[in-house]
Design a protein around this ligand. Structure first.
Ligand code: FAD
Length: 373
């Protein structure tokens, strides 16, 4: 049985793993290449406001046990994610619901809205299977919503025309025939009061855990690989193999954050810009995640610009197409053959778009695996 572990990456996966193993008496070293712990859920206080440095993070889950687990580390407020869309100055509620339909078409009852959508779908007259994302979206929701709320946003997000994007990206669209702006269906949702970084700090506070920031695994790779610690690697699996089989593809993002001398810039935490000509996809106004906390006369906003990924950029989103899935499975095979004692975990190690609740579950499973061998 292994007694020492080296966890590469202090994101949520690495922190949950380290916390649970230390509770079971194991000694853990966590190395992190950034200057701070927390991975992409890191938050930092600016002007009394918790700023989500790597993109807005809303905790939501269907799983009661995961909700109770995360609540050990922070108190959560009752924030409900209700983003709005700004299409050339017109404001619509998301996800698509009766408020959206009313604003678009003046319909008032769910029956009127259903009829309108059916009419929109029929007038498009798609025959056979949708060939691309555009066909797929219009066949699900009709032309008006597609043109104003889906097309521009999706094309900016993926950096490609909707006619070139595969249909499978939009399998279904959340459509609600109630006046309910709550984006998520999950029964548990909120934002940790005081931010996410405290959660990671508490997880890593056990005396058996030693944390080193500003420490890149690849700078002393052979030393780490030859030590007697078992490695839990939460960085990019393709980078671990020096891209030997080729690069997995990612989408990246650029965040432009600024402090404004006003109390309330946009009246909502999340505003999506759904036209193609506005170069950013969203503006986040962080104070609204905590119901307006922060210094008087100040607010912090972040513009999000989707980017293509090149080596050295932050790999925010895995791109789950056929090519990448195949390549990832080849890396997994290579890992089993050459490094059977290294566990690849988390969003980058497993090349999977995990939400936070799924990341916690995956890390808990990795802990179980250690004791079942
Ligand atoms: P990460 O947080 O990426 O942590 C990996 C860590 O490893 C990083 O700190 C990295 O610096 C470090 N590392 C990498 N390589 C090395 C190396 N060579 N040496 C040392 N350290 C290394 N989930 C939700 O539930 N709700 C949301 O609203 C939500 N919003 C999101 C918005 C964005 C923009 C993104 C990108 C993700 C969002 N998520 C959300 C998902 C959430 O961020 C993840 O579930 C979670 O952060 C994954 O944790 P992780 O530890 O796997 O990865």
């Amino acid at each position: 049985m292994q007694n020492n572990y080296l966890v590469v990456g202090s994101g949520l996966f690495g922190a949950v793993f380290a916390n649970e193993m230390a509770k079971r008496g194991k000694k853990i070293t966590v190395i992190e290449k950034r200057r701070h712990i927390g991975g992409n859920i890191y938050t930092k206080k600016i002007e009394g406001i918790q700023v989500h440095e790597y993109g807005a993070h809303i905790f939501h889950t269907k799983m009661k046990d995961i909700w109770e687990y995360i609540n050990q580390f922070a108190n959560f407020n009752n924030y409900i994610n209700s983003p709005i869309a700004n299409y050339k100055g017109e404001i619509y509620n998301l996800p698509f619901n009766m408020n959206t339909f009313n604003k678009l078409w003046g319909v008032v009852t769910p029956n009127d809205a259903k009829q309108k959508i059916e009419h929109q779908k029929k007038s498009f007259g798609l025959k056979g299977h949708p060939k691309n994302l555009e066909d797929q979206a219009i066949s699900l929701i009709g032309l008006d919503i597609y043109n104003k709320l889906i097309k521009g946003y999706t094309e900016k997000q993926w950096g490609q025309s909707a006619k070139e994007l595969p249909a499978f990206i939009i399998r279904r669209l959340p459509v609600r025939f109630t006046y309910d702006n709550n984006y998520f269906d999950d029964p548990y949702q909120g934002i940790p009061i005081g931010g996410y970084t405290q959660i990671i700090e508490k997880m890593l506070s056990n005396k058996l855990i030693n944390v080193k920031t500003d420490t890149d695994f690849f700078k002393k790779r052979s030393k780490y690989l030859s030590s007697d610690s078992k490695i839990i690697f939460t960085g990019m699996i393709d980078e671990f193999f020096d891209y030997e089989l080729g690069e997995l593809e990612y989408r990246s993002l650029r965040f432009d954050t600024e402090i404004l001398n006003e109390d309330n810039y946009q009246g909502n935490a999340v505003v999506n810009y759904t036209d193609f000509d506005t170069p950013f996809t969203r503006i986040i106004e962080h104070k609204h995640f905590e119901f307006g906390k922060g210094n008087k006369g100040k607010t912090v906003i972040t513009h999000e610009y989707p980017q293509s990924w090149h080596r050295g950029d932050e790999p925010y989103y895995p791109i789950n197409n056929k090519r990448n899935k195949k390549l990832y499975s080849e890396y997994v095979k290579l890992a089993r053959e050459r490094f059977p004692n290294v566990v690849f975990g988390g969003r980058l190690g497993q090349y999977r778009y995990y939400n936070m609740d799924q990341t916690i579950m995956a890390a808990q499973q990795a802990v179980k695996n250690e004791f079942e061998k």
